[in-house]
Design a protein around this ligand. Structure first.
Ligand SMILES: Nc1ncnc2c1ncn2[C@@H]1O[C@H](COP(=O)(O)OP(=O)(O)OP(=O)(O)O)[C@@H](O)[C@H]1O
Length: 452
């Protein structure tokens, strides 16, 4: 600890008070001025004030009153020279006895306060704007209200996901392809305390094994031939203070699984070719359409990693197990598609619902969306019919072991080929006829024959 020479300490204090930007005055308990700094003297246009009574120098002052009452007055408005100032008056006690009063001026003009309040207000509005923009840019565009489905199964899943969103727990989302795993990951991020942080998705199945490591962990300059001059941040670093979604985690190579396990344990990543670990604060959500227990049995997934990831598992049921969600999903997806395609549907025929609920939907909601989109393009007029869908019609009950007259099977195959060609060419009949290798007139005959 340092000690100071009392004299130079006192000189310093005087200098500080004299140079301070704020207006400062000190009086004795009766209101006689002991000290007034230069800023205050200049503001009042006075000099040589020490020893004078404060009422002679400062208009509307209450320093002498505080000297008697011993009660501080904070942020009081005081009018001086036609300006409303904001003043503080604080009694100073020594050994329980009031020895002086300290007066300071917070704003020399109350308009300064109003200006400050207006600035704070403006900053608040700007902050709200940037928050919205940032959220849009970072890509966490989906919230729980965007997840359609009020079936009991979906409600239970949403409830669990909403609950877990609030904590920092690692989440494993499982479900068949197209069930909405990514949608849920977005919604969890958007409902978490990390909503303002980044949301980074890595598709572990889409990146070649050789690149996945540098993608996830980054690399230092010169780590390998072809590496960027200044090195590169990995996805974990990019996701700092946010959420990382490790999509298709079941397809991650075993060597990387070991590295990922270390990241989960240590909360640190090490860049390729790097020497020191980098601390990260990232929430991990993993998702897969695979049965991870099966992968463990096959020796393709580490059991210890599975238990690290499997803190909370959210299993999204396939669409065929919650067909009661179909009407809500169809209407919502049609609304979205009508907006993007400009094609309007006024009516949906009854047979559409029979068709849609009789199908197994291996590609789930994604497949439903695609089926609706191609149906829109095949629709003539504004009424959606079962014929417009490229999904298999429910099996006819009266057939024996699926055997039908050959003519019927050929006609069905022909009709399906035409429908597919029309979907592929977005309704362009000439192009569709070309694709099928038949003439335009024969194509039109067939369209009529099948009522397309
Ligand atoms: N419940 C739902 N409500 C609204 N849209 C949904 C719902 N489920 C899925 N979708 C939509 O279906 C599509 C597929 O969803 P998503 O990519 O989240 O599925 P996924 O399970 O991650 O698929 P994959 O395993 O193939 O990557 C997206 O367009 C998504 O918006």
């Amino acid at each position: 600890m340092r000690t100071f020479d009392p004299q130079s300490y006192q000189d310093l204090l005087e200098e500080v008070l004299e140079k301070a930007h704020e207006c400062i005055v000190v009086t004795d308990p009766d209101g006689f001025i002991l000290l007034m700094n230069r800023r205050y003297r200049e503001f009042l246009g006075v000099d040589h004030v020490v020893g004078k009574h404060v009422t002679e120098v400062i208009p509307n002052t209450r320093m002498h009153i505080v000297g008697k009452s011993g009660k501080a007055e904070i942020a009081e408005i005081q009018r001086i020279h036609g300006q409303d100032m904001i003043a503080n008056r604080v009694p100073i006690f020594k050994n329980g006895k009031l020895v002086a009063v300290l007066g300071t001026v917070m704003f020399q003009d109350v308009r300064e306060l109003h200006a400050l309040a207006a600035t704070v207000d403006q900053l608040k509005r700007e902050l709200a704007y940037y928050k919205r923009e940032l959220r849009r840019k970072l890509g966490a565009n989906y919230h729980f209200e965007n997840i359609i489905g009020s079936s009991p199964k979906m409600q239970a899943v949403k409830k669990l996901a909403q609950k877990v969103a609030k904590s920092d727990t690692t989440v494993l989302i499982t479900g068949e392809s197209g069930t909405g795993k990514e949608l849920f990951a977005h919604a969890i991020h958007a409902a978490s305390r990390r909503e303002m942080g980044p949301f980074i998705r890595v598709n572990c199945a889409a990146i070649p094994d050789t690149l996945l490591e540098s993608e996830l962990f980054g690399y230092e300059a010169g780590a390998f031939t072809g590496a960027l001059q200044k090195g590169k941040k990995g996805k974990f670093e990019l996701a700092n203070h946010g959420t990382i979604l490790l999509d298709e985690i079941g397809d991650m190579p075993l060597t990387l699984q070991a590295k990922l396990l270390r990241v989960l344990q240590e909360k640190e990543v090490e860049r390729l070719g790097g020497t020191k670990p980098i601390s990260i604060d990232v929430r991990i959500i993993a998702s897969t359409h695979r049965d991870l227990r099966e992968r463990i049995r096959e020796g393709k997934f580490r059991e210890d990693l599975f238990y690290r990831l499997n803190v909370v598992t959210i299993n999204i049921p396939p669409l065929r197990e919650r067909l009661e969600d179909l009407p809500e999903l169809v209407h919502d997806l049609l609304d979205q598609l009508m907006e993007s395609t400009g094609i309007h549907v006024r009516k949906i025929e009854e047979d559409v619902w029979d068709l849609l609920s009789g199908y197994s939907w291996p590609g789930n909601v994604r497949e439903l969306r695609n089926a609706l989109e191609s149906a829109l393009h095949l629709m003539e007029g504004d009424c959606l019919k079962a014929d417009h869908f490229l999904i298999p019609q429910p099996e006819k009950k009266e057939s024996t072991f699926g055997v039908r007259p050959l003519r019927e099977s050929i006609e069905e195959a022909e009709k399906e080929a035409i429908v597919r060609a029309l979907a592929a060419t977005v309704g362009n009949k000439l192009e569709a006829a070309k694709l099928l290798g038949i003439s335009k007139s024969s194509f039109y005959q067939k369209l009529e024959k099948y009522g397309l």
